[in-house]
Write a protein that binds this ligand. Structure first.
Ligand SMILES: [Zn+2]
Ligand SMILES: [Zn+2]
Length: 157
């Protein structure tokens, strides 16, 4: 029952401990603990919603100490290391979020303006996931589910 309950994440996600857990994992992979790394993880953990490189680069903790290219390289490495999930259709407007082992969220993204919305309900594919588990014998199944469309504001314009 815990695998797909979206609200469980908010209750358990203390940003500081999320950051420490990520850094612990990263150091195991031989990546250095830098101030930029700490700030990027901490902004993502605090925000609790996926952020773009542009948004990260605007945060006061990052604005003065590094440029978007540095942030881009870092988040791409974190994505490759399995720390961050990358969402979106266009390379220029990718969102990044910290991957949590025991909870996840599914999103809706506007094709036009890139606005992102947390679906914020019970996971829509939970039943399918359970059925797959039974049918295939797979364990620890995860999914990466993003819906795309036109948000009300863009549809009106
Ligand atoms: Zn839109
Ligand atoms: Zn889901």
């Amino acid at each position: 029952m815990q695998d797909c309950h979206h609200s469980s994440r908010k209750a358990s996600a203390d940003p500081a401990s999320v950051v420490e857990e990520c850094i612990h994992h990263i150091r195991g992979l031989g990546m250095r603990r830098t101030r930029t790394l700490e700030c990027v993880l901490s902004e993502l953990a605090k925000e609790n919603m996926p952020l773009t490189i542009g948004e990260l680069a605007q945060r006061p903790s990052l604005r003065d100490q590094c440029d978007p290219t540095t942030i881009y390289r870092l988040v791409e490495r974190l994505h490759q290391a399995g720390i961050l999930r990358k969402l979106g259709l266009h390379e220029r407007a990718m969102f990044y979020e910290i991957i949590h082992k025991d909870s996840h969220r599914d999103y809706l993204i506007c094709n036009q303006c890139g606005n992102i919305t947390d679906i914020n309900e019970a996971c829509p594919v939970e039943t399918l996931e359970k059925a797959l588990k039974e049918k295939t014998g797979y364990r620890n199944i995860q999914h990466d589910l993003v819906f795309y469309g036109e948000c009300p504001r863009c549809a009106e314009a």
